[in-house]
Design a protein around this ligand. Structure first.
Ligand code: SF4
Length: 271
């Protein structure tokens, strides 16, 4: 288990399982979702996609302990109040996580949007002290993003901000789109982004039973765009592991509803 001010590993059943070969360990950042911090919105598409009520932020321990919710709100406020310091803390914590993974003999993976949907590839530069040709000297260097500062780390996230799928992302950042039928305009836009860019799309099914009826063994599911265009793809079991960057390209990542999402009627959960 790794714990720091901004990220932690070992608290999520899916990431504890790691990838199929136990090669990676994932550290996740948990913020207060949407506008819960009252200082800004870290999930710009949450209202449109109708996912706030069924948000995974309320599943697991965070659904039980107020102290966890309060800690996430405090962290999110730090993010809004002093972005530069927040990024400096994040750099320090990822450096520590990389060292922790080296000691454990595993590769580091980081998911920054555990319970948020921030566009980290845009307007989030950071500084990191890097080694120069003189091993005794460390120079601070400014990087365009946290992904550029840590090429040795594999980053990944789920997103409802579908325009991100059209961006040229750094090679070490993998994004999976997140489906919702709560709003026809959102549904159409996210399906189009998946079709246009071949980006994988995660679908939350009503139950494990419903998900298992379509996942695995090359089974295909299909979702419709109002223009008549359909996204028909093989469904993989997305709960077996959280390592989305190891998924084949052009699939539906089938998840099943957990926590409050089980009662979702917005269209975020299907089936
Ligand atoms: S499901 Fe994702 S985008 Fe929606 S509120 Fe939760 S963290 Fe934000």
């Amino acid at each position: 288990m790794f714990k720091s001010k901004t990220i932690r590993s070992g608290g999520n059943a899916k990431t504890i399982k790691g990838d199929k070969f136990g090669e990676y360990e994932t550290a996740i950042m948990y913020l207060a979702p949407a506008a819960q911090s009252l200082l800004g919105n870290v999930c710009p598409m949450a209202a449109t996609a109708g996912c706030e009520m069924g948000c995974l932020s309320k599943a697991g321990r965070a659904g039980m302990f107020n102290s966890i919710v309060e800690a996430r709100i405090a962290k999110t406020r730090r993010y809004f109040r002093d972005r530069r310091q927040f990024m400096a803390d994040l750099v320090k914590d990822i450096e520590a996580f990389v060292r922790y993974c080296q000691r454990k003999g595993v590769k580091p993976a980081v998911r920054l949007n555990g319970t948020s949907d921030i566009q980290w590839e845009v307007a989030h530069p950071c500084y990191r002290r890097i080694e120069t040709s003189d091993p005794a000297q460390l120079n601070p260097a400014c990087f365009l993003s946290i992904f550029h500062a840590f090429p040795e780390v594999q980053f990944y996230d789920y997103t409802k901000v579908y325009k991100r799928a059209y961006r040229k992302l750094p090679a070490n950042y993998s994004l999976t789109l997140s489906y919702s039928e709560a709003n026809p305009a959102y549904r159409d836009a996210v399906l189009l982004a998946a079709l246009d860019t071949e980006t994988n799309i995660a679908v939350v099914y009503r139950s494990k039973h419903v998900r298992d009826a379509v996942a695995g063994c090359g089974k295909v599911d299909s979702f419709g765009h109002s223009s008549g265009e359909r996204l028909a793809r093989e469904v993989i079991d997305g709960d077996e592991t959280d390592m989305r960057f190891t998924d084949p390209r052009g699939v539906i990542v089938g998840l099943y509803a957990k926590g409050p999402a089980k009662k979702d009627t917005s269209g975020f959960v299907v089936g």
